[in-house]
Design a protein around this ligand. Structure first.
Ligand SMILES: C[S@@+](CC[C@H](N)C(=O)[O-])C[C@H]1O[C@@H](n2cnc3c(N)ncnc32)[C@H](O)[C@@H]1O
Length: 307
């Protein structure tokens, strides 16, 4: 039955490109059917706080030349453990360096991640080569546009969508390092954007970006089981002294496409940013975007029973 290795990549022209995937999606734990995860009451209690903090570990990718915008494995694991059971299937439509796949493997979940760019699928491949304790679940990295994801799945197979999409065109400009105490580091003047490919959501202004996200997430909704969660990590951004509220645009757009917002969690990043310079003083109060991000938790609403 297992046609693919436990971890693998699919690229344009390969046998499994744009075809239904051979990947398991059913629970392998013995939790009660009504439980949403395998957590104990004690573990659940810790997750109830609305502000979360994480540390990077040695396996995390923090080199901006490898990928400019990774999230920590520990954050990814927490989201996956909160919203899935062992054996279930996680989707990351914008997988980047593959953090979601590494986290899913750590906690024995099947997972599929998509990215437009070869260099990031190479990075996923590299990371998945590292030894694992479990080896029972499968992780696949696919080089394709997120707009094509529905070609790979049957409906209602996915238990969690978890992702950090591009933050509109936040990275598509020269870095000024205005908020840093020491501006003159190797990032100064660099454009960190993933590519100038027209399909890349990181090249788009907010309105076009919001439309593209709406289109993509509309096509993903039928793939989710009813009551399955979809968690999206985004910050807001400042541009020309205006706050660009990416999180508001996404909430409105996804609601229009049938998702229901359940929770807004703040990822407090103050413990992992250092050397912040004074910003705006004394005339313009601006909260530092790098110190927190949003985790927008939606779900596919339960099916309503017609009377
Ligand atoms: C914020 S990064 C994800 C980083 C990831 N969470 C990690 O820890 O490495 C967003 C990713 O979306 C990818 N991307 C942009 N447009 C895309 C599209 N249309 N389809 C698929 N991936 C896309 C970019 O190449 C980038 O790697």
């Amino acid at each position: 039955m297992e046609a693919l290795e436990l971890s693998s990549t699919i690229r344009e022209g390969s046998r499994d490109y744009r075809r239904g995937l051979n990947i398991n999606y059913g629970r392998t734990c013995d939790c009660k059917p009504t439980h949403i995860n395998c957590l104990s009451a004690k573990e659940w209690l810790k997750s109830q706080l609305g502000v979360w903090r994480f540390y990077y570990e040695a396996r995390d990718i923090r080199d901006k030349n490898v990928h400019p915008a990774t999230f920590p494995i520990s954050l990814s694991k927490k989201v996956i453990e909160l919203f899935t059971h062992e054996g279930e299937l996680v989707l990351d439509p914008f997988v980047g360096s593959g953090t979601t796949l590494v986290a899913a493997r750590d906690v024995n979940r099947n997972a599929v991640g998509f990215d437009l760019h070869k260099k990031y699928i190479d990075s996923c491949e590299q990371r998945l080569k590292e030894p694992t304790l479990f080896g029972k679940s499968k992780q696949i990295a696919i080089q394709d546009d997120a707009r094509n994801i529905s070609l790979y799945f049957e409906t209602e197979r996915i238990s969690l969508i978890w992702t950090s999409p591009p933050y509109a065109n936040l990275l598509n400009r020269e870095r000024k390092n205005k908020s840093r105490r020491f501006r003159n580091n190797e990032q100064l003047g660099k454009i960190e954007q993933y590519s100038q490919d027209q399909r890349d959501l990181g090249t788009m202004e907010l309105d076009e970006y919001t439309e593209a996200m709406g289109e993509i997430f509309e096509s993903l909704l039928p793939l989710l089981r009813p009551k399955a969660h979809c968690v999206i990590n985004v910050p807001d951004m400042w541009w020309e002294n205006k706050r660009i509220t990416i999180h508001v645009s996404l909430i409105n757009k996804l609601r229009k496409h049938g998702y229901e917002l359940r929770n807004v969690i703040i990822w407090d990043r103050t413990n992992i940013v250092n050397r912040i310079g004074i910003f705006g003083w004394p005339s313009n109060y601006i909260t530092m975007g790098v110190t927190f991000e949003y985790l927008l938790d939606f779900w596919r609403p339960p099916k309503t029973i017609k009377k």
